[in-house]
Design a binder for this molecule. Structure first.
Ligand code: GTP
Ligand code: MG
Length: 196
């Protein structure tokens, strides 16, 4: 997809605020601070349209970014697993995300963003299993690849796939928002899900 215009549309707290124009949606899930917002910025060639921060927990709502006038939305989720979030907030997050993932008809693809440097967290595994269980179209995107030497990428990819339970045929893309690794491959994949 050629990105001509990318626009922030709304920071939604619930279904009432989700756009009702039925454009396809690609959602990004992943732990807090893993690099979800940075990935959106890299995909659309904008430095800071999606707010990024070195302080985890920055994205609190479902942030909608529209790609071109009528192509699709990226939906940036709040990250999970942030220790300083209260139990109540965590439960609210869980309900909002679960409701969205299980009921949103326009959802075409979920990108599960993980950190290539480290084995998946228990929350990463839970999210992966949950997405599999509900049979949602998904791609695991292992980001921050620039932070480890290229010679170790294959080893880290193998561990990530093994520990998550990624099967042959499942979508998996090594990525870096810093150097742009994986960008074209991910656009190719997204196009396949949203342009059909
Ligand atoms: P929340 O909104 O809190 O859930 O975080 P997030 O997942 O949106 O993470 P964000 O994109 O804000 O990135 C967190 C930090 O990681 C920032 O300091 C980014 O600059 C850094 N970062 C993200 N992606 C990459 C990457 O591919 N390479 C490197 N080197 N740094 C990255
Ligand atoms: Mg964010």
């Amino acid at each position: 997809m050629k990105v001509n215009i990318a626009e922030f549309i709304i920071s939604a707290v619930g279904p009432d605020q989700y756009p009702d124009d039925a454009l396809p949606e690609v959602a990004l899930a992943g732990r807090s601070n893993v690099g979800k917002s940075s990935l959106i910025n890299r995909m659309i060639n904008r430095k800071n349209l999606a707010r990024t921060s070195s302080t985890p927990g920055k994205t609190q709502h479902m942030n909608y970014y529209r790609i071109n006038e009528d192509n699709m939305y990226f939906v940036d989720f709040p990250g999970y697993g942030y220790a300083k979030v209260s139990k109540t907030q965590r439960a609210t997050w869980g309900k909002m995300v679960e409701k969205y993932l299980s009921e949103r008809d326009t959802l075409k693809l979920v990108l599960l963003i993980v950190d290539l440097r480290h084995p998946p967290t228990s929350n990463d595994k839970m999210m992966f299993d949950w997405l599999k269980h509900y049979d949602l179209p998904m791609c695991v995107v292992a980001t921050k690849a620039d932070k480890i030497p290229k010679t170790r990428w294959q080893k880290h990819i193998k561990i990530m796939k093994q520990e998550l339970g990624v099967l042959p045929g499942d979508n998996f893309i090594p990525f870096s928002s810093e150097i742009g690794l994986g960008k074209e491959e991910l656009w190719g994949l997204i196009d396949g899900y949203v342009l059909s």
